[in-house]
Design a protein around this ligand. Structure first.
Ligand code: ATP
Ligand code: MG
Length: 733
């Protein structure tokens, strides 16, 4: 790996392995600098190199604030900088991490207890569900998940299409109640959700001039990676942070903006010049990552987006292998095709950890896992959040959270009767009603259980729990592992798992032990770490944080988690209508364009080999479904594709044993009949129907034979050029 530029002293070597545009980006003296560039052009490399460059030019590391997309990226940046003379001390982390950092130090200035707890989505839902119960609201009219999405939407300023229809009878009324109760509940228990971390930080900087001044003084240069995925609140945070004497550098690619559903706006890139005075721009155009075929195929896909500023992107790499497109019968078939492809690549000399499999939704991993298991191919599911979402891990963390924040209602509700201590649902509801009537935090009501009418037996259980908390709260807040141990022993949580005959509880125990081990590692590594920062790390973990480079295993992950990464060999599974684009986005232009960008992100992770697969049938929650291929694969030029069809050959599975089988498979039967029936007889001007682009008008027929192409202006999807052979058009009479 190329860490060498960081190790040697001096500054020039930092520029040695950069092209001239990258050098310009690294050394630019603009007050505000925007680097816009396509995938794999070295944006992240230029950004990290710029930090190093600034430090060698005399900027104290302490004065650098670097916002990365994941904790992992931040760790990586810090790790590299440590080798620079005077390189430690840069503040690097995510937006949410930075918000948390600010609020822990200065939150009290805006009424936030610095001991606040961060709620993840699960916790948010459980708080909301409790509110449904307390207020006696039916879930039928407005589902909790939708209400939650709407709460976030409203908190973030409410731009764009709201996730729920407030004009439906009764919905607005119910939503307002839920919203107000939710906000109040969080405030009363010192709980912040992810939105709050950002919004309250902005409020803090807005309302407290001295705090804003303090950080403007401290941070002379702010740098942000993946700027295309910032939202307006994050932009505001930056604006408050960057005063007239500071500098800001952001890098991003509008074509890779994939967090619109979380409020990200590409506009932040387009408006950069207005948001930050004196802005200048550097373009990077050379892609260093991918082969010609991969880049060409990806470009052909993204070009179809209408909301787009075309940019130049080229590679000096060879064309390499064509993109392998495999049509499979069903999910099982697809799993086997993926496993066979992995084996082929390994036979050709690739390591397992040079291979990644991406999917649009996590549920798709199951079929692939089964197949990999069958062939004994080592793999790892990259999902950093998953471990921390496990029931037992969340239970233990909830105990720990109550040590850090005694008012954490979400945590209290979760563990008050886990393991069982006689505090049943009725007792909890009594306590809750009592707290509600007196405007007390739930945990403050617990010591008054008798007044609340809680049964004697439940009171005994509560009493023991409160005593445990008092005892553990008296311990020092670091190291963390002994705190977890004390809670596990004192609560009987470990003993309950140990005594259980259930196999599941065995593996739960292992996970609990893993959490304690994780805490030990944290204690050893983080000199200034305490319980608070440990919990924060657990709460702010992202899926990508679970990725380990040289694991010796194939990585399986969602496309969202793959952002910013690269692999020599990439497989994209489930390239079907309903996943790419996701069914949820259909009928909404902006949503569909985002889906296309997501596919572009997936494709551009690949360095040397890219394989895409889809199944024609799949079991979904609706039963067995016929699946149409993703329209995006239709946009890949035929001369960059190598097709394989496993869905129509009866002897398809034998193909797996012949990795050399290449070339075009005969067109599937149903395609042939359609071509025969309508393809050649169609005339320009006729109305036609496409299986997923819907109705449109035939505008042009070009070429002949196998290469015949048609241009159709679809009513909804606009003009598209299709290979007639695969277009499956029907005449609309
Ligand atoms: P993405 O859009 O996916 O975030 P990016 O623009 O941030 O990509 P990087 O990840 O920084 O791109 O770089 C892509 C690859 O190209 C990396 O492997 C990087 O080391 C390599 N690279 C970048 N610049 C150069 C260069 N000047 N010479 C050689 N390799 C380079
Ligand atoms: Mg990058």
């Amino acid at each position: 790996m190329s860490t060498s530029p960081y190790i040697r002293p001096g500054a020039e070597h930092l520029l040695e392995d950069l092209n001239s545009a990258q050098r310009a980006a690294v050394t630019h003296d603009a007050r505000a600098l925007l680097v816009v560039a396509g995938a794999g052009t070295g944006k992240t490399r230029a950004l990290t190199r710029r930090v190093a460059w600034l430090i060698t030019q005399g900027l104290p590391p302490h004065a650098v604030l670097a916002i990365t997309f994941t904790n992992k990226a931040a760790d990586e940046l810090k790790r590299r900088l440590v080798t620079l003379p005077g390189g430690g001390g840069v503040w690097a982390g995510t937006f949410h991490g930075f918000g948390s950092f600010l609020l822990r130090r200065h939150g009290d200035a805006v009424g936030i207890d610095p001991r606040f707890t961060i709620l993840d989505r699960d916790d948010q839902l459980s708080v909301l569900k409790a509110i449904y119960k307390d207020l006696d609201i039916e879930k039928g009219v407005l589902r909790p998940v939708d209400a939650l999405a709407m709460i976030s939407h409203r908190k973030n300023g409410g731009g764009g299409r709201p996730p729920i229809d407030l004009t439906m009878p009764g919905v607005a009324f119910i939503f307002d109640q839920l919203h107000d109760a939710y906000v109040e509940r969080l405030r009363g228990a010192d709980l912040l959700d992810f939105d709050d971390l950002l919004l309250d930080s902005v409020r803090l900087l807005e309302e407290c001039d001295d705090v804003a001044a303090l950080y403007r003084e401290r941070f002379a240069h702010v740098l942000v990676d993946e700027y295309q995925d910032t939202n307006l609140v994050q932009r505001d945070l930056l604006r408050h942070l960057v005063g007239p004497h500071q500098r800001i550098t952001v890098v991003g690619d509008p074509d890779q903006s994939i967090y619109r559903w979380r409020g990200a706006v590409v506009r932040n890139i387009l408006d950069f010049g207005e948001d930050f005075e004196g802005a200048e721009q550097v373009l990077l155009e050379r892609n260093y990552r991918s082969t010609g075929h991969i880049l060409g195929a990806a470009e052909a896909v993204i070009e179809r987006n209408r909301e787009r500023h075309a940019k130049r992107l080229y590679t000096e790499r060879e064309d390499g292998q064509r993109v392998l497109l495999t049509r499979c019968r069903d999910a099982e078939d697809e799993g086997r095709a993926v496993a066979a492809q992995v084996e082929t690549w390994v036979r050709q000399g690739r390591r397992h950890d040079q291979i990644a499999v991406f999917y649009r939704i996590n549920a798709l991993s199951r079929g692939i896992e089964l197949a990999l298991n069958d062939r004994r191919i080592p793999y790892v599911i990259v999902a950093g959040t998953e471990f921390f979402q496990r029931r037992e891990v969340k239970d233990v963390l909830s105990y720990a959270r109550l040590i850090a924040n005694p008012r954490d209602e979400a945590a209290f509700t979760r563990i008050v009767n886990v393991p069982r201590r006689g505090v049943g649902a009725t007792s909890i509801q009594r306590l809750r009603d009592f707290a509600l009537a007196r405007e007390l935090a739930l945990t403050d009501a617990a010591p008054r259980a008798e007044e609340a009418g809680v049964s004697k037996r439940a009171r005994g259980g509560l009493q023991r729990l409160l005593e445990l908390f008092a005892k553990v709260r008296a311990m020092p807040r670091a190291p963390v592992a002994p705190i977890l141990e004390a809670l596990l022993e004192g609560s009987g949580y470990r003993a309950t798992l140990e005594d259980s005959a259930d196999d599941l509880d065995r593996s739960r125990l292992e996970n609990v032990d893993e959490l304690v081990a994780y805490a030990r590692e944290f204690d050893a590594k983080e000199a200034s770490g305490d319980l608070q920062s440990f919990l924060e790390r657990a709460a702010l973990v992202s899926d990508q944080d679970g990725y380990v480079g040289e694991s010796g295993r194939v990585s399986l992950m969602s496309v969202h988690a793959a952002k910013g990464l690269e692999f020599p060999c990439v497989l994209i599974a489930g390239a079907e209508m309903g996943y790419f684009p996701h069914a949820r986005s259909l009928g909404e232009d902006a949503g569909e364009e985002e889906e296309r960008r997501l596919f572009y992100v997936a494709m551009t992770r690949a360095q040397d080999e890219l394989a895409v697969s889809h199944a024609v049938r799949r079991q979904t929650y609706m039963g067995e479904e016929h699946r149409a291929p993703s329209p995006y694969i239709l946009d890949i030029p035929e001369d960059r594709l190598e097709r394989r069809d496993l869905a129509t050959w009866s002897g398809a599975s034998s193909l797996f044993d012949q990795p050399s089988a290449t070339g075009y498979a005969p067109p599937p039967d149903d395609d042939v009949s359609v071509v025969r029936e309508t393809g050649l007889g169609l005339e320009v001007g006729e109305r036609v129907l496409h299986p997923y682009f819907g109705p449109g008008r035939l505008e042009e027929v070009g070429g002949g034979g196998a290469d015949a192409r048609v241009t159709v202006d679809f009513d909804v999807h606009g003009r598209k050029q299709l290979l007639l052979r695969h277009a499956r058009l029907e005449r609309l009479s």
